[in-house]
Design a protein around this ligand. Structure first.
Ligand SMILES: [Zn+2]
Length: 307
């Protein structure tokens, strides 16, 4: 603020004084409110990044002091029907986690694209997860076991275990107290199977974004909403839920026209409710809003618990 104006006219001086007074009043009375509003706005517009790779050490120190939460999006490069991108798993969890970080605080890691899954050796060939999973389901959808185009993510459980375990160790060392890992089903289930031992090893709290089966959380209502109404985060495979989330976050990347319009024919390696009949961006938005509210509450409670 320049208060030694070279202009000596009384009128201009009076104007300047008025402006200075208003400026000072704003500083005194509205400082904290306008600061926090501006901050929220800046985060919303990504001026203050929530992504780990975009932070300077100063940004990092600020964000981790506010909320020591690390978000680990568990992705794949995996067939998600003819209509969705191969990176759908990481993209959904990454986008949801960015929304969550803007709401609760914390830092979002780059997405992992390697993950575990069921594996079946067929002659020389290895088949993974969706390559053959639906062929195992009785009375529902049948498909011939086959290598689905574009899938390139599979690692054995032991290697995935090492990757996640060392990530948690590194994150705890960097100062995080809460870790949210979520995405690809088998990756998330692996975290659920081992969260307790990792919590004890590294003195952190671990969460996924599913509304069941971690730390005895028995949120019956949320689970039912997630399952029956499709309001979960990644609860099927390229069907209503995942397609809706992708339509909401990445509308330009969803190519429904690449699925047959004949709904009597089931789309290849899609599991859940028919995306052609039930998926929409609105459905995706409802799921995100419902789960944001649920996860925000959960993580705020976790922050209270942190040592
Ligand atoms: Zn998926």
């Amino acid at each position: 603020m320049n208060i030694s104006s070279p202009n000596n006219s009384t009128l201009n001086k009076a104007k300047l004084n008025l402006i200075s007074l208003l400026f000072l009043l704003t500083l005194i009375s509205g400082c904290s409110v306008s600061d926090s509003d501006e901050k929220q706005e800046a985060i919303a517009q990504e001026e203050i990044p929530v992504e780990y790779i975009k932070l300077t050490p100063t940004d990092f120190r600020t964000r981790i002091a506010e909320a020591p939460i690390a978000y680990l999006p568990l992705g794949t490069l995996e067939w998600h029907g003819e209509h969705l991108p191969l990176g759908s798993d990481g993209m959904q969890s990454f986008s949801f986690m960015k929304d969550l970080a803007r709401e609760v605080g914390g830092i979002v890691l780059p997405m992992l694209y390697l993950g575990p899954d069921m594996m079946m050796a067929e002659g020389e060939k290895e088949l993974y997860g969706m390559d053959f999973w639906l062929s195992l389901e009785e009375g529902r959808t049948y498909m011939t076991p086959q290598q689905l185009d574009g899938s390139a993510y599979w690692v054995p459980d032991e290697l995935f275990h090492q990757i996640v375990e060392h990530s948690i160790k590194q994150l705890a060392r960097a100062g995080f107290k809460i870790i949210v890992a979520h995405g690809h089903g088998p990756s998330t289930r692996h975290v659920i199977a081992h969260w307790k031992e990792w919590e004890e090893m590294y003195d952190v709290q671990i969460y996924t974004c599913w509304s069941w089966n971690i730390r005895g959380e028995n949120d019956q209502e949320s689970s039912e909403k997630s399952n029956r109404e499709g309001l979960g985060i990644m609860t099927d495979h390229a069907a209503m839920n995942e397609t809706s989330l992708m339509m909401y976050y990445y509308p330009d990347l969803v190519k429904m026209e690449q699925l047959s319009p004949d709904t009597s024919r089931w789309p290849l390696a899609v599991a859940g409710k028919d995306p052609r009949l039930f998926a929409s961006a609105e459905q995706g938005q409802s799921a995100v809003e419902f789960q944001l509210e649920r996860m925000t509450k959960l993580l705020r409670e976790a922050l209270q618990r942190k040592p």
